[in-house]
Design a protein around this ligand. Structure first.
Ligand code: FEO
Length: 170
C-alpha cells in the first residue's frame, strides 16, 4: 500500500511523462516542418518512449493497489528557432525529469518504500542515458553549426534510430 504522498507524486509523474511525450511530438513536428525526417524520427521515438515511461508508473500504481488519476496535459512549446534550440530545450527538459525522479526517490527513501525505490532505480538509470543522448547531440549540432552537409549526416544517423517495444512495463 502506498502512502498518499507517494501515490500523489507518482500520479504527478505519470502526467509529466505524458507531457514529455507531447513535448517531443511537438519537436518531431518542427523537424518534419523543415524536412529533416531523421530528426523527426528521433523525436517520434522519444515521444513513444515517454509514453512507455508513463505506463510503467501507471501499471506500478495499480500493482500497489492504488488508483491512477489522469490530469490535464499542458500545452507543449511548439515554436522553435533552430535545431540547437530544440536540443537545448530537450536537454533542459531531461534535467528537469531527473530532478523530479530524484525528488520521488528521496521521498521513497524517507518512507522506506522499497518497492518504489526499486521502480525509481530503473528511472534513475534511464535518466543517465536520456540526458547523455541529448547532450551528445547538442554538442554535435554546435560543432556542425550551419553546415548543411554536417546537418544532413546527423539527420541520416538519426533516421536509423529504432523504437524497441518494452518487454514488460514494470
Ligand atoms: Fe521519461 Fe525522457 O524521461
Amino acid at each position: 500500500m502506498l502512502s498518499n504522498t507517494i501515490l500523489n507524486s507518482l500520479n504527478e509523474q505519470v502526467n509529466f511523462e505524458f507531457y514529455s511525450s507531447y513535448t517531443y511530438l511537438a519537436m518531431a513536428s518542427y523537424a518534419e516542418s523543415i524536412d529533416l525526417s531523421g530528426f523527426a524520427n528521433f523525436f517520434r521515438i522519444q515521444a513513444k518512449e515517454e509514453l512507455d515511461h508513463a505506463m510503467k508508473i501507471y501499471d506500478y500504481i495499480f500493482q500497489k493497489n492504488g488508483v491512477v488519476k489522469l490530469k490535464e496535459i499542458i500545452k507543449p512549446q511548439s515554436d522553435f528557432n533552430s535545431l540547437i534550440d530544440l536540443f537545448e530545450r530537450g536537454y533542459k527538459h531531461e534535467q528537469l525529469v531527473t530532478s523530479k525522479i530524484y525528488e520521488l526517490a528521496d521521498m521513497a527513501f524517507e518512507e522506506k518504500e522499497h518497492a518504489t525505490i526499486s521502480l525509481l532505480k530503473w528511472f534513475i538509470d534511464e535518466q543517465v542515458e536520456e540526458e547523455n543522448n541529448f547532450n551528445t547531440l547538442l554538442k554535435k549540432l554546435r560543432r556542425a553549426e550551419d553546415n548543411p552537409a554536417a546537418i544532413y549526416m546527423i539527420d541520416e544517423e538519426l533516421s536509423k534510430r529504432v523504437y524497441t517495444q518494452p518487454t514488460t512495463t514494470i
